[in-house]
Design a protein. Structure first.
Length: 137
């Protein structure tokens, strides 16, 4: 089964593993630096969600590299809440808690959000194509 795996599946598998590892490690680092709450209003951080997404992306990336159909479905399923919950939540947190601390002209937060959106759209497009679906049967 490994012989007929497309380069796109390999690349997205590696990217998901990398993205998941970075998400997980950055969540832990954020917790160690900021504690259980971020910002001055004691607003709960997104730590549990970020840890969960990190683990899901790592396991999904490994599953994609092994061409498991559950990994393709998991990847598609996880991207929807990313758009609906996580990205708006992180923007809300950024706009409310770091407003006085970060110069908006120097902030890279919008750039990272655009990268996350582009990555999510790419995943949805790639893994819903019929040609790719066939490789997971």
């Amino acid at each position: 089964m490994e012989n007929n795996q497309s380069k796109g599946i390999k690349i997205f598998g590696i990217l998901l593993i990398t993205w998941g590892t970075a998400t997980f490690l950055l969540a832990v680092l954020n917790y160690l630096v900021c504690g259980a709450y971020s910002g001055y209003n004691k607003f709960p951080s997104s730590l549990p969600w970020e840890l969960l997404y990190g683990v899901i992306f790592i396991s999904g990336g490994i599953g994609l590299k092994k061409q498991k159909s559950w990994a393709r479905k998991l990847t598609i399923f996880v991207i929807v809440p990313l758009f609906v919950i996580i990205i708006p939540y992180s923007q809300f947190t950024y706009l409310t808690h770091f407003k006085g601390y970060v110069n908006p002209k120097l902030s890279l937060a919008p750039v990272f959000e655009m990268i996350r959106i582009a990555f999510g759209v790419s995943l949805l497009y790639f893994f819903t194509r019929p040609k790719v679906k066939e490789q997971f049967k």
